[in-house]
Design a protein around this ligand. Structure first.
Ligand code: FES
Ligand SMILES: [Fe+2]
Length: 396
């Protein structure tokens, strides 16, 4: 992020801290609880946002070396993503061309060949079919036509984009917009090293999982003993970039900036940038760390979803091999994941229990929760739904 923008954001945070104010969405919105349980909406979301929309499946660091791979099982199709022998990012249907067995069952690893467990058809890391046992018995196969089915893939800004449709288009500039592309570029995500990941299957709609990242109003209550000692709750900056947005959470270390000349101010000391990349990704930036959260709906149950949480460290930290620093950051990453699982998603599952009953028609987004206003109206607009109106008051 440009330093001039960092300083402006930190000044805004300090001013809000000093005046006891927060970002203001300008009013309330009532959000129908139906959006968390409705099967028709869930089908529309699946089609529009997961089957026919480019997906961020990870960061460049997920494929650290040539001949490395990851698999993705959270979409409607199984995906095998590789970095081939020439270092190119590729993505394929993770399906054997013979009789359709899922080819690679491991979630990540390193190999030059994928061998099918059924009859041992073998493919190289670039998806080419390179071996068929007993061809004289099986019959003549033109191997050139029977490689893995390739999906559109783009590696950009240190992130891995895949389109689940063979003829899908990935236009990163259109997805993110020029301004956000430039800002994400400045974080040099291509230097991040994958450290660990976790899977949280939770009894809540995927949007409730996303919602919990949309405000810091809850920090001093839900996270009283975990995040609140490190963050000022209910103080943030908020900006939108088309369908995407950025929040800046306010760390208590921001007070250090008051003693420093402005050219030494550092947003990663004073705050935590959180990017919400439409439709289902949260990128949480710490000092030398990135947490990537991807939320996927359960295709059969709107009241369930899976979150994939991945943790990355900046390569200099790993290469310097400062064990103490590494241990601490790793602990923090793991701890942060546990907070999501044990605090945020517990609240999300509780919201789902009430939403599923239909007992209450609406929930309410406050003035200090602008991300929720934006996100819900963004997906509603994308699906051609009526927008939630801004209300000055909650009186009936
Ligand atoms: S299904 Fe894969 S080799 Fe037969
Ligand atoms: Fe939270």
């Amino acid at each position: 992020m440009r330093h001039v923008d960092q300083v402006a954001l930190m000044k805004t945070l300090l001013a809000r801290l000093d005046s006891g104010t927060n970002v203001d969405a300008g009013g309330f919105r009532k959000n129908p609880t139906l959006v968390y349980r409705d099967r028709d909406l869930a089908c529309n979301e699946q089609e529009a946002f997961f089957k026919n929309h480019a997906q961020i499946i990870g960061m460049s660091g997920d494929l650290p070396d040539n001949n490395s791979f990851v698999t993705v099982d959270d979409l409607s199709i199984p995906i095998l993503a590789t970095r081939d022998s020439d270092g190119n990012f590729r993505a394929f249907l993770n399906i054997c061309r013979h009789r359709g067995v899922v080819l690679e069952s491991e979630s990540r690893g390193s190999t030059r060949r994928f061998s099918c467990m059924f009859h041992n058809w073998t493919y190289d890391i670039g998806g080419a079919l390179v071996g068929i046992p007993k061809p004289e018995h099986f019959g003549d196969v033109d191997k050139d036509c029977m490689g893995l089915v390739e999906l559109p893939s783009v590696e950009r800004l240190g992130m891995l984009f895949v389109h689940p449709q063979v003829d899908g288009v990935i236009d990163v500039d259109a997805l993110l917009g020029e301004e956000l592309v430039a800002e994400l570029e400045s974080w040099a995500f291509d230097e991040m090293v994958w450290i660990a990941c976790d899977t949280y299957a939770t009894s809540c709609n995927w949007k409730l999982a996303m919602d919990t990242f949309g405000e810091t109003y809850h920090f001093e209550v839900l996270h009283a003993d975990t995040l609140a000692p490190a963050f000022h709750g209910n103080v943030q900056c908020y900006d939108t970039f088309g369908r995407n947005h950025r929040m800046i959470l306010c760390k208590r270390e921001i007070d250090q900036m008051r003693e420093l000349p402005e050219d030494e101010w550092d947003i990663s000391v004073a705050g935590t940038p959180v990017y919400w990349l439409f439709p289902n990704v949260q990128l949480i930036l710490g000092q030398g760390t990135v947490q990537l959260v991807r939320a996927y709906p359960d295709p059969d149950d709107p009241a369930r979803h899976v979150s994939q949480v991945s943790f990355y460290l900046r390569s200099q930290i790993v290469e310097n091999n400062e064990q103490h620093m590494l241990d601490m950051l790793q602990y923090m990453g793991q701890r942060f994941g546990e907070i999501i699982r044990d605090e945020d998603y517990v609240a999300s599952a509780s919201q789902q229990r009430s939403a599923s009953t239909g007992a209450m028609e609406h929930v309410v987004f406050g003035r200090n929760e602008p991300a929720l206003h934006h996100y819900h109206n963004t997906y509603r607009a994308a699906l051609g739904m009526d927008l939630l109106p801004l209300l000055e008051t909650l009186a009936v």
